[in-house]
Design a protein around this ligand. Sequence first.
Ligand code: ATP
Length: 240
Amino acid sequence: MDTVIDAHNVSKVYNKDTIPVYAVNNVHLHLERGEFTALVGPSGSGKTTLLNMIGGLDKPDEGNIYINGQDITQLSANALIDFRLRNIGFVFQSFNLIPVLTAKENVEFIMQLQKIKRKDRDARVNQLFKQIDMEEKLNERPSKLSGGQQQRVAVARALASKPQFILADEPTANLDTKSASNLLDIMARLNKEENITFLFSTHDQRVIDRARRVITLVDGRIVNDTSVVSTSHMEDKLHN
Ligand SMILES: Nc1ncnc2c1ncn2[C@@H]1O[C@H](COP(=O)(O)OP(=O)(O)OP(=O)(O)O)[C@@H](O)[C@H]1O
């Protein structure tokens, strides 16, 4: 087994000096490489707080978070920025592409920060745009793309640095049915063919239906953790 995310006794408390709110309360979470997992739960149950701590965007008040064996809670602020850049891909609800850059430049930007040579960048960009079925939109600005296309570019951007995993916070919330289904097809294909690990935070039944493991948070605690054997997986097994 190849553990990618290992969160131990993780808690986050807001309003410590008045009436404390345990946004995340003593959570243990373990994810293996290749998982396609959804974090679900009512509004305010702590999904975003937990995702942000796993992504190194926020620090826990208690506990440790190991990413590929490295405890990110012990890193300095600068080391954490560098770690994030190299190891974690983010996809957000609102796409967050840079409007003045083309689709290609949005994806390339991360690789420029990593000082990857132009030739290697070009090869990687071409491969990524093929994977998101958008080779013909490389040079378009985000405003010329549909929401679904923008989110596919955001997925390519998240993958640019070959991260350990992708954190996707409500990635389909702003998409119509067809675009959401198309995005999920692409993510599922990347998961299956490239073994890319996805952790979603979502309310969206369309995402939950595709997940192979569903973890439910209520009041900052994990109350359910169910692995699903999907029909397509059963079919894969039957064919192999
Ligand atoms: N910066 C903050 N200051 C104070 N309380 C906060 C802060 N951020 C989150 N909280 C509280 O922590 C709890 C968990 O919030 P969080 O946003 O993680 O939940 P969520 O499950 O992602 O909700 P949603 O599904 O609505 O996005 C809530 O009670 C929220 O009010």
